[in-house]
Structure formats: structure tokens, C-alpha cells
Write a protein of this length. Structure first.
Length: 307
């Protein structure tokens, strides 16, 4: 009851990009086009992997799930941002803001754990090729995927409960284009140090923990590649993991810049990097994986010939 008496805020205002105030409709069109390309591109990747038996392999199983996550993440952010830009409104409801914040956090955590899983898959494929079919069985792949989802939900459950219980009295302006948890917490009229600390620790564990696992896998991969006898075999082997490596660099680089810091003093930079993470990277994923992967290109050509 006490919490409800203090929670007088019924909506929040997403300030977005004030410096682009006169170009809001152009930005809305750019976001809409980007969102449609993200949907079409990632759905194409998913449909190809599901339709072509040659792609029934662990790497593509995880890639299919990564494409699903990219669709979910962008859908939790971009449509609301487009709607606000087109209607000239900055408002998002209190439940809507908390829901957006929750799904963005959960899906982001799942995605980074999945990056680590995908790097382990590449490690086994390149460093232990003869044992690969046995080590990366269908059962293990499913367990790793379910583990990624479980880790995402468990990592955010405590901070989510604490944020939901926080009172918001009067301040309701969020200097971002979506409800970011760090900025939302700062608006509370209660003590926020504990929640901020938990957010920082969870972000650090998920990001840096999965990054360490990914880095270890790639150190072993690079060491194995350098020991290959010919330059052509080294290039061919590296090409099998270069797409994943590119996405990992983009994803980790942007999120570590934003979240693994106790407080942020560069909001405009954070918004630009968040735009990279929520729009540009999901936009690039299908093209990076399809254009740089021979099996994906062959599968697409086969589907086009049959249609």
C-alpha cells in the first residue's frame, strides 16, 4: 500500500534525440525501413535454416535462435520509438516502460550467453573436428540453448523485482529513446544505490563472464588455425567463424561501453551506441552471416531456383 501511495507517476517521457527535433519524421522513416529489413532479413535466415536439411547443424541451430532474439529485441524497442516520432509524442505508460525495460534486459542477457555458446561450438568444430558430432549432439545443443534462456531470466529477476517495487514520485523524463533500466532507476524517489549496484554487478557478470568464455574459445581457435599447414586451409578455417567473430565484436563492444560502468556521464554517446546495438547490429546480422557463409548462400540459391 505504501508503494502505491508513493507511485504517482503514471507515464514516462522518452526524450529521444532532442538535437534531431526537426528531422523526427525522417528519422521515423529510417527506423521503419531498418525495422522492416531486420524482420525480413532475420526471418529469411530462420526460414532457410528450417527448410534446408544441409543447415541442420549446431552452428545454424544457434544462428536461427540468434535471429529470433534479434527480432524480439528490436520489436521491444523500435515500434514504440517510431510511433512516438510520427505522432510527436514522447509518452510511454508506466507498465509499458517497465515491460520494455524488462524484455530488453532479459533478451540482452540471453543474447550474450548465446554468443559464448556459439563460440564454444566453433571451438569444438575447429579444435576437435573428429569429435564434433559426438560432443555437439542435438541433446547438448538444446540444453545449451535452454541454459542460455534460463541464465537470462535468472540474471534479471532480482533487479526486476526491485525496480517494480521502487516508487516514482514526480520526475518522469528519460533521456533516451527507450526505457533503459539504469536511467529509469535514477528517476526513483527512493534510495537507489543497492539497485544500481545489483544492476552493475549483473551486467558485469553477464557481459564480462560471457566475453571471457568467448575470448578463451577464440584463443584456442586462433592457436589451432596458426598451426594448420597451408595458408588456404587457415583462411578456409577462419572463414567458418569470422561472421560470428564480427557480431561478437559489435555486440560486446557496444554493451560494455554502455553498461559496465557504475554511472554514465556521456548520455548522448550512450544513445548513439544503443542505436548501434538495437538497430545497426540486428540489421547487419543476416547480411554478415548469409553473404560470408557459403552454405547459406548455396541454400538461398537453391530456394530461389525452386521458387
Amino acid at each position: 500500500a505504501e508503494m502505491l501511495n508513493h507511485t504517482t507517476v503514471t507515464e514516462f517521457l522518452l526524450l529521444g534525440f532532442p538535437s534531431l527535433h526537426h528531422q523526427e519524421h525522417l528519422m521515423a522513416i529510417a527506423l521503419l525501413i531498418s525495422y522492416l529489413v531486420i524482420l525480413v532479413g532475420n526471418l529469411l535466415v530462420i526460414s532457410l535454416i528450417l527448410a534446408e536439411r544441409d543447415l541442420y547443424r549446431p552452428m545454424y541451430f544457434f544462428l536461427c535462435n540468434l535471429s529470433c532474439l534479434e527480432i524480439f529485441v528490436t520489436t521491444s524497442i523500435i515500434p514504440k520509438a517510431i510511433g512516438n516520432l510520427l505522432m510527436g509524442s514522447k509518452a510511454i505508460s508506466y507498465p509499458g516502460c517497465l515491460t520494455q525495460c524488462y524484455f530488453y534486459s532479459v533478451l540482452g542477457c540471453i543474447e550474450f550467453v548465446l554468443f559464448a555458446v556459439m563460440s564454444y561450438d566453433r571451438y569444438v568444430a575447429i579444435c576437435h573436428p573428429l569429435q564434433y558430432p559426438m560432443l555437439m549432439s542435438s541433446q547438448l545443443c538444446l540444453q545449451l540453448l535452454l541454459g542460455s534462456w534460463a541464465a537470462g531470466f535468472l540474471a534479471t529477476v532480482v533487479s526486476t523485482v526491485l525496480v517494480v517495487r521502487m516508487p516514482f514520485c514526480s520526475a518522469n523524463c528519460i533521456d533516451h529513446f527507450f526505457c533503459d533500466s539504469a536511467l529509469l532507476i535514477k528517476l526513483s524517489c527512493a534510495e537507489t544505490q543497492i539497485v544500481e549496484l545489483i544492476n552493475f554487478v549483473v551486467s558485469s557478470i553477464i557481459l564480462l563472464g560471457s566475453l571471457c568464455m568467448t575470448a578463451m574459445s577464440y584463443l584456442y581457435i586462433i592457436n589451432t588455425i596458426f598451426r594448420l599447414p597451408s595458408a588456404s586451409s587457415r583462411l578456409k578455417t577462419f572463414s567458418t567463424c569470422s561472421s560470428h567473430f564480427t557480431i561478437v565484436l559489435l555486440g560486446y563492444g557496444s554493451c560494455i561501453f554502455i553498461y559496465v560502468q557504475p554511472s554514465s556521464h556521456h548520455t548522448s554517446y550512450n544513445k548513439a551506441v544503443a542505436l548501434l546495438n538495437t538497430v545497426v547490429t540486428p540489421l547487419m546480422n543476416p547480411f554478415i552471416f548469409s553473404l560470408r557463409n557459403q552454405l547459406m548462400k548455396d541454400a538461398l540459391k537453391a530456394r530461389l531456383k525452386r521458387s
